[in-house]
Design a protein around this ligand. Structure first.
Ligand SMILES: [Fe+2]
Length: 390
């Protein structure tokens, strides 16, 4: 969709963006910055000299998968590239509007570690970051790299990337004027996630999810070798999928939509929250949402996450709040697998449900104790059988 210059000025004004600042650097300027960046040695993960040189030489090509570590990743049909020159002015303006909207929001609602992490990366400007540059910086600071994908990818591939410390990123920017998206875009992937990689426990737990997924899948493959019967094979696959689903819930309620206590107040670190200008204040202040204190090192609390379904098409109705990031270190691959295996045998909950045993910080108006839900169901008047004729 293309906009008139008056409409573009209107968007910029509404979000406090100065239009003249929405001006991407040309290739030579970006290359010069990249040359200086890749040879830095006072970073946690310096880039090997020969690799840095060839990386700059290849920066004329669209960015695909990071090439700075000894690992690589095969994205198959989902492989995509960031062709920086093909990004439109509208794309960059949409990015600038999101960054401006979130600047004050993040100062008010994001946790300290997130804000410190964000300052590490070139992601707060008025133009979409060049992935060659961002990938180099991300690798230097955290050992992780970017891998560009064309669309939302299967969770198996998503966590396969995590296993090798690649983070899948899209090349699509939300249309101007859009806030909540059901699928990730550049705004979510960069303005939401990138800062969290500098929180060591978050980066580690993301990698551990990748390792847990790999082990669950390889255990299934091994068992399938001994199975002749098709039905039995289908059952094994179904069981593995269930485990992966439950692990995905733990990821959702922490990495994507987690809150943390800081100086006796709620703060956000989840990328799903911090990439949405509306959900950021909602997650902390809305009276509709429930907030439950959890300790991820407690099996009971981790099972609460693994057994709770989530919704992707509306703001969250329940947020889980950690006391600090330290407790996340307990989420080793082995423990993730143990907990999701136990979750198979427990009743599962909806995203509005509250249990008596929950440590509720604030109960949302949209919450519902399970008893109440079943009572409502029991009180539905019985109606005559539906006729199949009009
Ligand atoms: Fe995400």
């Amino acid at each position: 969709m293309s906009f008139t210059s008056e409409q573009l000025e209107g968007f910029a004004k509404k979000h406090g963006v100065i239009l003249d600042t929405v001006s991407p650097l040309d290739f030579e300027e970006r290359k010069h910055l990249l040359e200086n960046l890749v040879h830095q040695t006072d970073v946690p993960f310096p880039i090997a000299r020969d690799r840095a040189t060839s990386y700059v030489e290849h920066s004329l090509q669209p960015f695909g998968v990071g090439t700075l570590s000894n690992e690589t990743i095969d994205l198959g049909a989902f492989q995509n590239h960031q062709d920086y020159n093909s990004l439109t002015f509208e794309d960059h303006l949409s990015w600038a509007c999101l960054i401006n909207d979130q600047k004050e929001n993040k100062e008010l609602y994001a946790c300290t570690e997130y804000l410190v992490g964000e300052d590490t990366f070139p992601i707060n400007g008025s133009v979409i970051p060049d992935y060659h540059m961002l990938n180099a910086r991300l690798y230097q600071q955290t050992g992780w790299q970017l891998a560009t994908v064309s669309t939302i990818i299967p969770s198996s591939l998503f966590f396969h990337c995590h296993r090798y410390k690649f983070f899948p990123v899209t090349t699509f920017m939300r249309p101007l004027g859009t806030d909540y998206l059901e699928e990730p875009d550049i705004g979510h992937d960069l303005a939401g996630h990138i800062a969290t990689f500098t929180i060591p426990q978050i980066a580690e737990v993301m990698n551990n999810h990748g390792l847990a997924h790999e082990r669950i899948s390889s255990n299934m493959e091994k068992e399938l070798l001994h199975v002749q019967d098709e039905n039995q094979a289908a059952v094994l696959k179904q069981e593995a999928e269930e485990l992966l689903l439950y692990a995905g819930r733990i990821y959702w309620y922490t990495v994507e939509f987690g809150l943390v206590m800081q100086n006796d107040r709620l703060s956000a670190f989840g990328a799903g929250i911090l990439s949405s200008p509306s959900e950021t204040p909602y997650s902390i202040e809305s009276t509709e949402a429930t907030r439950i204190l959890i300790d991820p090192s407690s099996d009971r609390d981790l099972l609460r996450l693994a057994t709770t379904d989530y919704s992707i098409n509306e703001y969250q109705k329940t947020y889980f709040v950690m006391r600090d990031f330290k407790s996340l270190s307990s989420l080793t691959p082995e423990r993730i697998i143990d907990v999701v295996t136990e979750a198979k045998y427990l009743p599962h909950l909806g995203w509005r449900d509250i249990l008596d045993s929950d440590h509720v910080i604030s109960r949302g108006t949209d919450s519902m104790p399970p008893d109440e839900k079943y009572e409502m169901l029991a009180n539905v008047p019985s109606s005559p059988s539906h006729s199949t004729t009009a």
